[in-house]
Every structure is written in C-alpha cells, then in structure tokens.
Ligand binder design. Structure first.
Ligand code: NAD
Length: 352
C-alpha cells in the first residue's frame, strides 16, 4: 500500500518528514486540513517500531484534530507531529530546537503543542526556533493545564445527556467514572457538587481514595466498574472502553466521558445506538482542552495575554454543538458518532 491509498491518508493536504542527523531528529508532521485556519495539534514522542507506524499514527491523529477543532468551532485546522524516539532516553534541547526549526519551515501552516511524551520544558526549546509553538509555561499567553477546562466541557455534556436521555437532573442520577486522573477527578468534584452519586475505579488506589474522601464516591475495581448499577458511564481513562465485550455489561443509558477514542470501532457506536444508549461523541464532549490550547495560540498570534472570556464563550458554543449532534441523531435516527463525523466534514467543506 502506498501513502496515498492508506485509509488514514483521507485527503491530507501535506505530509512532511524532517531529518536532522546532528540533533538526532526524525519527525513527521501531518497536516490534514487548513480549510478553517492553520493546522493545530500536539507533538507526540514515541519509540515507534518503524517509520510506517509513525506515519500511520501521525495521519490518524491529524485527521482527528481536524474533526475536533471543527466541532469546537475553532478557526484552526488539523495537524499532528510525531517524533520518533524514546521520550525517557532520547530527549535533548538540540532535538527540540531542531523540531522547532522543522515546524518553523512550514511557515505557520502548523502550530504544535504538548502531547504524549512531550512537556512544556521541551516545547520551550522548540520555541527558540519557531513562533508556532503553544503549550508553554510562564508566559502571559500560556493557557496552563487544559484538564479543568476539559472536565468542564464533559460535565456540561453529562448534564445535557442526562436531561435528554433520562429527563432527570444530575442530583437524581448515579455516575460511574472509569479513571480519576487529571480530568476524571475534577469531573467527580463537579458532579458531586451538582448532587450526583458517584462510583469510581482507577488502577491508582491513591487517586480513588482521594476522590472518595472528597465526594463520598463508592470505589470498585477496574473490572467491576463495567457492571455497576449506574445511569451514566463516564470513560475517563484510556481509549477503547466501549467494545463488544464491555457493552453487554453496561447498565447505564448514557455514555459520556473525557477519554479519546472511547469506541473500539464504529460498530461499537452503532451497537450503542441500537441498544438505546445515548453516546456523547468523545471528540465533541472533551473539546474543552483544545479550546483552552486554542486560547493560547490566539493570544500568541495576537501578541496578547491569554483571555479566559474567549475560552468561556467557545465552551458555551461547544455545548450548543453537542445539542445539535443529539438533535440530528434523534431526527435522522442515526448514531451520534456518525452524525458528529458528518457535521465535522461539513464544517471542513464550508469553513466559518
Ligand atoms: P490521566 O493520565 O491523568 O488520567 C487517566 C487515569 O486513568 C489515571 O488515573 C490512570 O491511573 C487511570 N487508568 C488507567 N487505566 C485504567 C483502567 N483500566 N481502569 C481505570 N482507570 C484506569 O489522563 P487525563 O489527562 O485525566 O485524561 C483522561 C482521558 O481524557 C485520556 O483518554 C485523555 O486522552 C483524554 N483527554 C484529556 C484531556 C485533558 O485535558 N487532560 C483532553 C482531552 C481528552
């Protein structure tokens, strides 16, 4: 199979490979779309087994960023960078400076930020060579940790889905949260404050203990979380929580959480729909984080300080978009993930 026939290629505008022998840099920057604005998406550093595996990941992730940015109503396209190497052993300032130079050579068609394996300290080195670097620390434009904003968009999404699917308030429901890390723990606090009863699971016992002490949540094992009696299942750990194996075990009528790639595949989304469950498409409901990063890109582009009011307005708009997805799903009797993909593609074809 060639690059252009790969299913992950799907109309990418550009795929750029950079090599700097002196700095030890091998990176691929995939730009899926700049129809809505410069492509934006984080930089992932990972010890990929092959250049093909790195390319596949870059393509898949950059297309996902186009869809996520479009649904968050951002004037940004979708792109992603992958650096081939082990983040525990292969990081050097020179490597990230060379990465910055590679980003800069794209002339602003791609903005980078943090992703798995890359920290604000790494990005500070990249920033020395390019203005198109967000995710910085200690800068007036810096947006800080996106997790609280992600948790807020997920909280609003859970509330909306509970009202739509169950006709209830949060104070009348029980929510099962899988994973109480950065996002899940804040989501738990927000749901508790709104009167919801909680049951939580995490591989990290200290994390569940802290949440249980603050919110009175019941703690169960990471296996048992799929079987608990709950109205909402909120995947906030890793991807693939909803699969043909787990779906028959879930008692919840609403699936709404922060994790990326919650569905093991499109067939899992169809099965959810056919079984009468309401699924909030992951890349729509968790859009708070990218909105926060976009606030930093905007501030850096304008030479201004980070503006929380701009972020708040985009968050309000995101909830309206989620409502639109649910409305169309109901009217057209189609799964929400299919409707969201179609809306994203429409937004890419007809940029705001
Ligand atoms: P995190 O690493 O802080 O939290 C994930 C938690 O899940 C950890 O506490 C981990 O111990 C736990 N976990 C791992 N495997 C588990 C399992 N099998 N069962 C139960 N718990 C398990 O990550 P995060 O930043 O809170 O992000 C959570 C999810 O949301 C991820 O999928 C991430 O990609 C997605 N997301 C995060 C943001 C953000 O702003 N942080 C934005 C968009 C999407």
């Amino acid at each position: 199979m060639t690059l252009f026939d790969s299913p992950a290629f799907e109309g990418h505008e550009g795929v750029h490979a950079f090599f700097d022998a002196g700095a030890g840099l091998k990176t691929i920057v995939a730009i899926h779309s700049t129809a809505r604005g410069p492509a934006a998406g984080g930089c992932r550093m990972w010890p990929y087994a092959s250049a093909e595996a790195a390319l596949e990941d870059a393509l898949r992730l950059s297309r996902a960023m186009s869809y996520k940015n479009a649904m968050a109503d951002l004037e940004l396209g979708g792109g992603k960078a992958v650096v081939i190497g082990d983040p525990r052993t292969a990081k050097t300032p020179a490597l990230f400076e060379a990465f910055g130079a590679a980003v800069d050579s794209l002339g602003g068609r791609y903005w980078t930020a943090e992703d798995v394996g890359v920290s604000p300290a790494d990005l500070a080195h990249a920033r020395r060579r390019s203005a198109y670097v967000a995710g910085l620390d200690g800068h007036p434009a810096a947006s800080g940790d996106p997790s609280p904003v992600t948790a807020e968009s997920v909280f609003r999404g859970v509330k909306l889905c509970v009202a739509r699917a169950l006709g209830k308030e949060l104070s009348q429901v029980r929510v099962a949260i899988q994973g109480v890390g950065h996002v899940g723990a804040i989501l738990a606090d927000k749901l508790h404050a709104a009167g919801a009863r909680l049951v939580v699971a995490d591989v990290n016992a200290a994390a569940t203990l802290a949440v249980a002490e603050r919110t009175g949540a019941e703690v169960v094992s990471t296996e048992a979380i799929f079987d608990v009696e709950a109205d909402v299942f909120a995947p906030c750990a890793l991807g693939g929580a909803i699969s043909p194996k787990t779906l028959p075990r879930l008692k919840a009528r609403v699936i709404a959480g922060s994790a990326n790639n919650q569905l093991s595949g499109p067939e899992a989304g169809r099965a959810l729909f056919e079984n009468g469950l309401l699924y909030a498409p992951d890349y729509v409901i968790n859009g708070g984080g990218i909105i926060n990063v976009a606030g930093e890109i905007r501030a850096l582009s304008l030479g201004e300080a980070f503006d929380p009011a701009w972020v708040a307005a985009k968050l309000d708009r995101l909830t309206v978009t989620l409502e639109e997805v649910l409305d169309r799903s109901l009217a057209e009797r189609r799964p929400t993930h299919e409707v969201a993909d179609e809306m994203a593609r429409e937004r890419l074809r007809r940029p705001a």
